[in-house]
Design a protein around this ligand. Sequence first.
Ligand code: TRP
Ligand code: SF4
Length: 325
Amino acid sequence: MRVMSGLRTTGRLHIGHYFGALQNFLALQKQYECYFGLMDWHAMTTAYKSAAEISGWTREMFAEFLAYGLDPEKSTIFVQSAVPEHLELYMIFGNLTPMGWLERVPTWKDAEEEAKATDTHNLGRFGYPVLQAADIAIYLGQKVPVGADQVSHLELTREIIRRFNHLYKGKLPEPQPLLTETPSVPGLDGRKMSKSYLNGLDLADDSKVLGKKVRGMPTDPQRVRREDKGDPEKCNVFTYQKLFSTEADRAWVIEGCTTAGIGCGDCKGRLLENIEKLIAEPRERKKELLNNPKRLDEIMNAGNEKARREASNNLKMIKEWMKIS
Ligand code: TRP
Ligand code: SF4
């Protein structure tokens, strides 16, 4: 069973990426043959004006994947733009994809107004799901771990592949989504996590930044004074405790908050410790990798080559089916 997935490299990884994707990738690599892509062409469809920054973000994300334990010996970890076969298959798929299919994709429909405003009402952005279909098909991906927001893309991928198989008597597998329960991760202030709200927690945040961010989180407004009792369910700090903390710590918060046995400072202190437990070691490992560019290059090149071998074999087979080889 082959798993294929990826993240677009539009910026730094934050805790939403960890709980929404990375944690899942780590579990999957134990069980399946996995291909994980750093999707820089996908990043470019919206962030094309920051093209120069994207390669830096891609490199950082690669280092972060490794730092969190994605294992280049077990999985194939690669950069999308280093495997040009993706783009060739994108073109092949582009021709057999009716525009109507793309116009119906919710991520296009819903974003159309915004896209006009942000100058992303472009062909690349319109074809985004076709490129995603090529990403999957070029590795003959069968299972695709994605969030609920990506289900429509995967449906389109299956439609494209079905049409391809029908037209050319091909044997591309129809990939299935691997929908895993991922918790939704709000921003520090309880609103949707968004770059424009400055309410995110980056995996690379150092202890100082992290402390400042957590201490600034709003709490249950009923707890004005230390002796006021609170309700954790009305507090975003508790939402975070649910993500990062153990069962025992959560019980400690509920007991302490509802009886005013602990203060919000104590609660935040414990949360901070628990966040650090998760991110501190990978943060250091990532730094080491970035400080050792030769070694990182070696690992990246090896991953890209491994991906490319597979992609180029599959593209050859695809062209044979199409009788254009
Ligand atoms: N569109 C995906 C996202 O925004 C990223 C992605 C690109 C992807 N290509 C992929 C995911 C292929 C799975 C498989 O999260
Ligand atoms: Fe929120 Fe914790 Fe304060 Fe309760 S004790 S209000 S959960 S920060």
